[in-house]
Design a protein around this ligand. Structure first.
Ligand code: BT5
Length: 325
């Protein structure tokens, strides 16, 4: 749809009242008949818009779309994340698409979103279940001024932003399991896959890959998932408008990224620690050829997990699968 449809939708979303055709045409600098044509176009895409002669137009219902019009109509103009949106009905993996775009110079804040992924990626070659019409799958291009070994800080930043967005929109309070799982009632509701391209001393770009289960139902999860999974719909009932969730996530992320650039990692670490589900509990870490078990002792300045060994010293874990005992 055109930028005029998007501008009309933005004005309709701002109020529950009727807006007259005259006001729309004045504010947007086009004729009333141009407004009428775009209202018809929005209706064809599933928006229910009431038109009362002499009173004007009122939005009654928005379809749950994740296209450019639905997102741009809700996104503040000043938001860094989403200043360019690349939306599609289906793709293999939004992370792979974003990586290619970034290699070709796409600007910071570009977001790739798809309604469905045929090859959604988890970590270590695992799969991310990505059915159509129910969830959010997005990949965000950032170009931070960081050393390669500092880039993992953005995983923690994005985990906090996703948790804040879920809580802001649904009222449900997710916890975080190191390093990248978001849980509701101990079941996985979102996962992060951050990838980067770097020279030896400098990050070129980072792709924040974010998958959030939103309106997914129990029946849509395959029975062989490694660990239990959920969505706000399963946890609390009711559905969430995905475009509203996505915009909340982008604004949370933009604010967190700006704060990180000004104040560094400490505020991120504190916010992450408040959400972490492992404090005071024993964790078991699969290190590939051995398993470490001990009390979780937080994360250090680089985001490495600290686990207390039996002799009281700390083990730093930079990667691995963790189970809360
Ligand atoms: C992750 O990996 O949690 C990272 C997931 C990142 C997905 C996003 S979607 C947008 C972007 N584009 C991509 O291609 N990827 C990113 P990991 O910690 O390895 O968890 C994967 C495991 O979670 C799987 O082996 C399953 O057991 C489980 N799983 C798969 N799909 C799930 C889902 N929709 N909800 C909950 N758990 C799931």
């Amino acid at each position: 749809m055109s930028s005029l449809s998007c501008a009309i939708l933005r004005l309709l979303l701002e109020t529950d009242e009727q807006i007259s055709g005259g006001r729309l045409s004045r504010e947007l600098g086009v004729t009333r008949s141009a407004i009428w044509k775009k209202i018809a176009e929005l209706r064809r895409h599933g928006y229910r818009i009431d038109a009362t002669p002499s009173k004007g137009y009122r939005l009654l219902f928005s379809p749950d779309l994740l296209d450019e019009t639905a997102l741009k109509a809700r996104l503040p103009d000043s938001c860094l994340i989403g200043r360019r949106l690349v939306c599609s009905a289906t793709t293999v993996s939004t992370n792979s698409d974003a990586f290619r775009l970034a290699e070709n110079g796409a600007e910071e804040g570009t977001v790739v979103i798809s309604d469905c992924q045929s090859g959604g990626k988890g970590r270590l070659g695992r799969r991310w279940e990505s059915p159509a019409g129910v969830n959010l799958y997005c990949s965000i291009i950032l170009r931070p001024d960081l050393l390669p070994n500092e880039a993992s800080r953005l995983t923690f930043l994005s985990a906090v932003a996703v948790a804040d967005a879920i809580e802001g929109i649904t009222g449900l309070a997710p916890t975080i399991k190191w390093p990248n799982d978001l849980l509701l009632n101990e079941k996985k509701v979102a996962g992060l896959l951050n990838e980067m391209s770097a020279e030896t001393d400098r990050v070129g770009f980072v792709i924040l890959g974010i998958g959030v289960n939103i309106n997914m139902t129990e029946e849509q999860f395959p029975s062989d998932l490694r660990s239990p999974a959920t969505s706000p719909r399963i946890a609390a009932g009711g559905t969430v408008e995905r475009a509203a969730f996505a915009v909340r996530l982008f604004t949370e992320l933009a604010a967190a990224y700006q704060r990180f650039q000004l104040e560094g990692f400490d505020p991120v670490r504190e916010a992450w620690s408040r959400r972490c589900n492992a404090f005071g509990r024993d964790v078991s870490v699969d290190l590939g050829n051995s398993t470490l078990r001990g009390p979780f002792a937080g994360i250090d300045r680089d985001g490495a997990m600290l686990v207390q060994r039996p002799d009281g010293t700390m083990e730093r874990i930079v990667s691995g699968d963790v189970t809360i005992c």
